[in-house]
Ligand binder design. Structure first.
Ligand code: NAP
Length: 290
C-alpha cells in the first residue's frame, strides 16, 4: 500500500458476520499494483447498524463498497440510485459513490455470465439450465441466463414456495424463457437431466467445513456435453463437481465469478481493470485456493 496520507480514499466491504473474505487481499493487491492512493477495509456491520453505516459512508465520502450477506437486499432502500439490473434482481453487491450520491449495482450477474462464457466456453442462447437453490445467488444466476437468451430454466429448491416465487418473477420479466419450478426431488429433476446443458448449484452444500457433504442432487444422469457449475469455491472441488467429472461433464467452481465481479467493481471505483490472472497467482501464494 502506498503511504496513507491526507489524500487516501477509502473502499471497503460490508457484511455480517464477515468471517473469511478474500476481498481485502485482492483489492489491496490491485490498488498497490496500479499505485492508487486508496485503502480497502472490511467493515463487520450488524443489520441494525446498516442504515447508520451507509449514511456514514456518504458523510465520510467513502468511494465504494462491496456488499455481502446479509445486506444485499436491505441496502437497496438506503441508496440514492440503483442500476436497472440490480433493481430487477432486488440485490446490490457493489456501491459506487458518485459525487456524494450512492449508486448500487449487481456485478454478480455479469461475473457469472463472464465465467460460464469465458471459462466454461458456454453459449447461453437456446440452452436449457437446471438451477438448484432459490436464494440471492440464484436470483443473479437466473437473471444472467435470462438476459443472455436461455431457452429454458428448471429451478429446484428445498423450499418449493421460494422456487415458485422466483420462477414466476423470471417468467413475468422474461416471457420468452420457459421457467418451471419444482421440488428438490429426484422424480422431478432426474427425467430432465438428459436434455439439460447447464447445471448450476447455488446452495452452500459442500462448502468448507462440510466438504464431505454429498451432492445436493443425484448426479448419475450428468453427462458429457453438460457444464456443471458450483458457486462454492472453497474447496475448489466440491462433491458435486467431483461426481460431475466422473460422469464426463465439464465443471467450474465459483472462484472465477467472484474474481470477475470484484474486477468489475474495482473498475467502477478506480477506472483501472485488474487482470484476474494476477489474482489467481496471489491466491495461490497467499491461500490454499485454486
Ligand atoms: P441464500 O440466499 O442463503 O440461499 C441459499 C439457498 O441454498 C437457498 O435456496 C436454500 O434453500 C439452499 N440451501 C441451503 N442449505 C441447503 C441444504 N442443506 N440442502 C439444500 N438446499 C440448501 O445464499 P446465497 O447468497 O444465495 O449464497 C449461496 C451460495 O452461493 C453460498 O455458498 C455463497 O457463498 C455462494 N456464492 C458465491 C458467489 C461467487 O461469486 N462465487 C456469489 C454469491 C454467492 P431454502 O430456500 O430451502 O432455505
Amino acid at each position: 500500500m502506498s503511504k496513507v496520507n491526507l489524500d487516501t480514499q477509502v473502499l471497503g466491504l460490508i457484511g455480517y458476520p464477515l468471517g473469511h473474505s478474500i476481498s481485502p487481499l485482492i483489492h489491496n493487491y490491485a490498488l498497490e499494483y496500479f499505485d492508487l492512493n486508496f485503502v480497502y477495509l472490511a467493515f463487520d456491520l450488524a443489520p441494525e447498524k446498516l442504515k447508520a453505516g451507509i449514511n456514514g459512508f456518504r458523510a465520510l465520502n467513502v468511494k465504494g463498497v462491496n456488499v455481502t450477506i446479509p445486506h444485499k437486499r436491505e441496502v437497496l432502500s438506503l441508496l440514492d440510485e440503483v442500476d436497472d439490473i440490480a433493481q430487477k434482481i432486488g440485490a446490490v453487491n457493489t456501491i459506487v459513490n458518485q459525487q456524494g450520491q450512492l449508486k448500487g449495482y449487481n456485478t454478480d450477474v455479469t461475473g457469472f455470465r463472464r465465467m460460464i462464457e469465458d471459462d466454461g466456453g458456454f453459449s447461453i442462447p437456446n440452452k436449457s439450465a437446471l438451477i438448484i437453490g432459490a436464494g440471492g445467488a440464484s436470483r443473479a444466476v437466473g437473471t444472467a441466463l435470462c438476459e443472455g437468451g436461455i431457452k429454458e430454466i428448471y429451478l429446484v429448491n428445498r423450499t418449493l414456495k421460494k422456487a415458485e416465487k422466483l420462477a414466476s418473477f423470471w417468467q413475468d420479466n422474461y416471457p420468452q424463457v420457459s421457467v418451471k419450478a419444482g421440488e428438490l426431488n429426484k422424480d422431478f429433476y432426474v427425467p430432465l437431466l438428459g436434455e439439460i446443458d447447464l447445471v448450476v448449484d447455488t446452495t452452500p452444500v459442500g462448502m468448507e467445513p462440510n466438504i464431505e457433504q454429498p451432492p445436493v442432487i443425484a448426479t448419475e444422469k450428468f453427462h458429457p456435453g453438460m457444464l456443471v457449475v458450483d458457486l462454492v469455491y472453497n474447496p475448489a472441488q466440491t462433491t458435486i463437481l467431483k461426481a460431475a467429472k466422473k460422469q464426463g461433464a465439464e465443471t467450474i467452481n465459483g472462484l472465477p465469478m467472484l474474481l470477475y465481479q470484484a474486477a468489475e467493481a474495482f473498475k467502477m471505483w478506480t477506472g483501472c481493470e485488474p487482470e484476474v490472472e494476477h489474482w489467481y497467482r496471489l491466491l495461490e501464494k497467499e491461500t490454499d485456493m485454486r
